[in-house]
Design a protein around this ligand. Structure first.
Ligand code: RIB
Ligand code: CA
Length: 314
């Protein structure tokens, strides 16, 4: 009997964050314990509303808890309105929102849930790491019941918010330092990997044939996301960053990783927020990170298609 992964998704939805949630919420290998939100792609209020709207639309019955409205130390970088729009989830139209926010703060929810879990919990951050770092600092005992941290963030090559840094890490580099140095295994889906998950128009056409609420939402999301990714970055297919984390949980063989030591640049200089991944093991330091290097692309899109089909028919 394959082990069921108990996970918490900490996110800043964001089109790609939502696809990660869609892959996790109905998959039989995963128990989604809850969703926590953090300032990132859009303001905390907007990303939280987006998470609630999607959970309501797809009948995902899990707690949604609001977290930090900004980074732990510095000022928040500008929201990524160019890619995700004013709402943070432009494209789909949702019915009036009735799903209630869970009253617990995200940091308290993470601590309570991990401390009370019968099995170690996998944390799946797909936004800035502010909530995760604060939870670790507030209650270090949670580290004993964290299986691993499978995150979207960083890059061992080129950044996307500066030449050196990727958005999620850059947005709260000090938080990322806490997480990468916490002593629990980190699996890093960096831009080097996620830029292989390009959602070309033919992928959208393929998923448009799925007559479920998941299929429809994916298409409504991607039509907007791909349009803005082309406009802003010139991508013919938008890189679908966040769902690579959950795809890895569903089928680890779809992603190849390389163990490396990773340090976060928190110097405030021009490379601030960079994940310095020791690809050639030059420092011989502890390999605290499994860095994703290769995506088996066909398998990845099969996983997306298989999981979108698990939602209610239209
Ligand atoms: O750099 C890409 C990451 O930043 C993704 O998680 C995207 O959703 C934004 O949070
Ligand atoms: Ca995200």
């Amino acid at each position: 009997m394959e082990k069921i992964r108990q996970i918490i998704i900490d996110c800043d939805p964001g089109h790609d964050d939502i696809v990660a949630i869609m892959l996790a919420a109905r998959n039989p290998k995963i128990k989604l314990l809850g969703i926590t939100t953090v300032n990132g792609n859009q303001t905390l209020e907007k990303v939280t509303r987006n998470a609630l709207n999607v959970c309501q639309y797809l009948d995902i019955d899990v707690p949604v808890c609001k977290g930090l409205a900004g980074p732990i130390v510095r000022e928040a970088p500008p929201v990524e309105e160019r890619v995700h729009g004013d709402s943070g989830l432009d494209g789909p139209v949702f019915p009036p929102l009735t799903k209630q926010l869970d009253p617990r703060h995200a940091v308290d929810f993470i601590i309570e849930t991990v401390m009370n879990a019968s099995e170690p919990v996998t944390l799946v951050p797909t936004g800035p790491l502010s909530n995760i770092a604060m939870a670790m600092r507030r209650e270090p005992k949670i580290l004993e019941n964290i299986d691993e941290i499978v995150l979207m963030g960083g890059a061992y090559q080129h950044g996307n918010v500066t030449p050196a840094a990727e958005f999620n890490i850059y947005a709260d580099a000090e938080a990322a330092h806490v997480v990468f140095s916490c002593g629990r295994p980190v699996v890093m889906m960096g831009l080097d990997l996620t830029r292989q998950a390009l959602c070309y128009p033919e992928i959208v056409d393929r998923m448009s044939k799925i007559e479920t609420k998941g299929g429809k939402l994916f298409v409504d999301l991607m039509r907007f996301f791909c349009m803005t990714q082309k406009k802003v970055f010139g991508w013919e297919g938008g890189p679908l960053h966040d769902p690579t984390t959950v795809a890895y949980l569903i089928d680890p063989d779809c992603i190849e990783t390389k163990a490396m030591h990773t340090d976060i640049d928190i110097s405030g200089g021009q490379s601030h927020g960079r994940t310095n991944c020791d690809f050639f093991n030059l420092t011989d330091k502890v390999k605290n990170t499994k860095v994703a290097v290769k995506l088996h692309v066909d398998r990845f899109w099969d996983i997306v298609e298989e999981n979108l089909k698990l939602y209610d028919h239209l």
